[in-house]
Design a protein around this ligand. Structure first.
Ligand code: SF4
Ligand code: SF4
Length: 705
């Protein structure tokens, strides 16, 4: 897996400190490091399973990305080689220390692994991390497969160490989660341990004014920083990671008379391009492409270090074998395209003088006139668009004023097919298969469903008094509370933003109740500062902490409320005590795990009562729903003595009104339209919530043998 390769690349680069915040698709980088450290501990006969071990790498799941980066910076200042892992939106959180750090530089190598999520599959943005490179003056590495992920990670450590700069290793979902064989260094575990011991003996912070950012220091360091980028760009131009593949080696008599097509690409788009060209080549029925191969050489330049842009390399690529057509293929933003166009503008006159190659005559295709700007690419998209290029089958809708002069020369008009292409994923040449649509939903038996449903029910009571309830949500499992029928999310922005948004809403919406849902991990991530703000500024909000004692959505990573660190145990930081210490006076905890009998009417009514009193409180109130994540519970429930106590449906009482389905949307309840009946699926966890809903008493728990 790409993420595993990155982790191994870091370990083999004398890694000492690893910090991160979980987020798909980055999580497995840290997971792998933790696994490797645990394994090395065993070899070292040291089973302390804790971080106070001098021979292993320090690992930490931090409360958020900013904290993670700041931890790593401290270690790097002390000479340690470090890694920080996060997903793309996490870098927004960590951008504050990053923007400052770049002026001061580092001591030990500091590699920030940031994974982008084109499409996106599980993120709130589709942003392109490569921009942070030029924004913050931080070199960016962009591998195309797991092997290059391993090699490029090592190169990233080399560059970071050499130039004393933080660097970004950028991945995308397809690379992070894709698999291929990787050849790694022949280094034994004992060698890694020995290297680490030597490395650690050299670590120590030396006081120096250069580590304290001051305006004067920044103005002194800024020109040095810019100079550094030019040197790194030159290193990148000479690097074999940015390499050229000759695609068309077909022997023809007119080899030297052939024209040249150059494709500049990066990341997994490199493989999409190679595969697309191979498919076109194999397709003997595609006469146009066969003729094209007779007349054109095709060269592919893969850029694995997009910032600082390896200008010399790209310039040589354009100049050598005078390119007639240039194409940039890249996911998300037009980083390669913009830089190449800038380069052509910058050196055009020089090139004209030296080899009479007028770059104005190059046909240029990228996102501005052909390729989609949004969404993940695939082989089909790239193949379709390359086929269009070779067939000159592109209608340019030129916004250029020259167009009004009845000048229909496409060569001059290849500016703007952007509007046509900006939103699409290209044309799909394959037959479309329509898959059934299923709304994302909370798991069957998820404790969060109880909380959402309870607040929705209480909100209805307030509505009767003309008081509207606004629900502000959070990123994570709780985002699933947004989908019908729960529909308990009116706003959702980013990690931990619910409390701040509810606070803002409470300022301008006088006759409303403002509820902020937040998860336990996000509470520690960025919820606490928002709680402090709400209390201190006397907002009127109800904070609902959905505490299932794990970071569930990313695979059960620990956080300070769990009593576990990345390695070993720790003292729990109690959310209720934190809230109280932040001066939240009205704090209640509902222990869902004690309510195994939630089907009992009085138990559920008590929950409703507590929700109501929390909402009625004037000021900041908080209510913590505490219980196990159902995906952790399921394996244990198999051993449970109560395994035969099951929710059942009495078909004689059920009138198929579907209220149980329409109210809570539990995926374990299904309406069978053929038989007009309600079915309980095997995924039912017997949580009992639906029993409270059925007006006919058709649902109940029974001993089933
Ligand atoms: S709410 Fe009760 S009566 Fe209505 S469909 Fe569900 S089980 Fe049947
Ligand atoms: S008891 Fe009801 S609400 Fe709970 S998991 Fe089973 S069907 Fe869903």
């Amino acid at each position: 897996m790409g993420n595993e390769a990155i982790a191994l690349g870091a370990i083999h680069s004398n890694l000492s400190v690893a910090t991160g915040y979980a987020g798909t698709p980055s999580t497995e980088v840290m997971e792998t490091i933790i696994k490797e450290v645990n394994r090395m501990d065993k070899i070292n006969n040291d089973n302390t399973n804790d971080n106070n071990n001098d021979t292993t790498i320090y690992v930490e799941w931090s409360t958020n990305e900013k904290v993670a980066l700041e931890n790593a910076i401290g270690a790097s200042y002390s000479g340690a080689n470090t890694i920080v892992t996060m997903k793309q939106v996490g870098l927004n959180v960590a951008s504050d220390p990053l923007m400052s750090l770049t002026y001061l530089g580092t001591n030990g190598a500091l590699v920030i692994v940031v994974t982008d999520d084109p499409t996106p599959h599980s993120s709130q943005t589709e942003q392109d991390t490569r921009h942070y490179g030029s924004f913050a003056n931080v070199p960016v590495f962009d591998p195309c497969d797991a092997q290059e992920a391993y090699d490029l990670t090592k190169y990233a450590y080399e560059i970071s160490g050499k130039y004393k700069t933080p660097v970004i290793l950028r991945s995308t979902t397809r690379l992070s989660h894709g698999y291929n064989d990787v050849i790694i260094d022949k280094v034994t575990d004992n060698e890694v341990i020995e290297r680490l011991k030597t490395e650690k003996s050299n670590i120590g912070f030396i006081k120096d004014p250069k580590w304290a950012i001051m305006p004067k220091l920044v103005s002194k360091n800024h020109p040095i920083l810019e100079e550094k980028q030019l040197k790194i760009a030159e290193d990148f131009s000479n690097s074999n990671f940015n390499n050229i593949t000759i695609f068309n080696n077909k022997n023809t008599d007119n080899k030297n008379n052939k024209k040249n097509l150059g494709i500049i690409t990066s990341g997994v788009s490199y493989y999409y391009t190679l595969e697309a060209l191979n498919i076109l080549k194999e397709d003997k029925t595609n006469d146009e492409f066969q003729n094209f191969l007779d007349n054109y050489n095709i060269e592919i330049l893969k850029i694995s270090t997009p910032y600082p842009f390896p200008e010399s390399k790209v310039l040589d690529f354009i100049k050598n074998n005078k390119k007639d057509i240039l194409v940039t293929v890249e996911e998300l933003d037009s980083v390669l395209e913009d830089n190449t166009l800038k380069l052509i503008g910058k050196y055009n006159s020089t090139i004209n003088n030296t080899n009479n190659n007028n770059l104005n005559n190059i046909k240029f295709y990228g996102k501005y006139n052909l390729f989609p700007k949004c969404g993940e690419y695939n082989v089909d998209i790239v193949k379709t668009l390359l086929n269009k290029i070779i067939n000159e089958d592109i209608e340019f809708e030129c916004n250029n004023n020259n167009n009004n002069n009845n000048n229909n020369n496409n060569n001059n008009n290849n500016y703007n097919n952007y509007n046509k292409n900006k939103m699409g994923n290209g044309e799909n040449t394959e037959q479309e298969i329509t898959l059934p649509v299923r709304l994302p939903t909370l798991c069957a038996g998820c404790m969060h469903r109880i909380a959402f449903y309870a607040f929705k029910k209480v909100a209805k009571e307030f509505k009767k008094q003309n008081i509207e309830t606004i629900f502000s949500g959070d990123i994570g499992c709780y985002t699933l509370g947004a989908t019908p029928p729960l529909s308990a999310t009116d706003t959702c922005l980013c990690m931990g933003a619910g409390i701040s948004l509810a606070t803002g809403l409470s300022r301008v919406n006088s006759n409303t109740k403002n509820i902020a849902f937040i998860g336990d991990s996000t509470f520690f991530h960025s919820g606490i500062p928002a709680v402090v703000n709400a209390v201190y500024n006397e907002a009127d909000v109800t904070i609902v902490v959905l505490d299932n004692e794990t970071t569930a959505m990313t695979g059960h990573q620990p956080h300070p409320g769990t009593g576990q660190k990345a390695r070993g145990n720790a003292k729990v930081i109690d959310i209720e005590k934190v809230l109280k210490s932040c001066n939240v006076e009205n704090v209640q905890t509902i222990d869902i795990s004690k309510f195994a009998n939630i089907e009992q009417e009085e138990v559920f009514n008590n929950i409703l009562k507590e929700c109501k009193s929390s909402m009625e409180y004037k000021g900041v109130s908080a209510i913590i729903f505490k219980g196990d994540c159902v995906t952790k519970k399921i394996p244990n429930s198999k051993k449970s003595k109560a395994k035969n106590l099951k929710v059942v449906i009495d078909e004689n009482l059920c009138n198929s009104c579907k209220l149980c389905i329409n109210e809570i949307g539990c995926p374990a309840l299904r309406y069978d339209s053929l038989n007009n009946s309600i079915e309980l699926l095997d995924s039912c966890t017997n949580c009992g919530l639906c029993i409270n809903i059925c007006p006919k008493g058709a649902l109940s728990k029974k001993l089933v043998f």
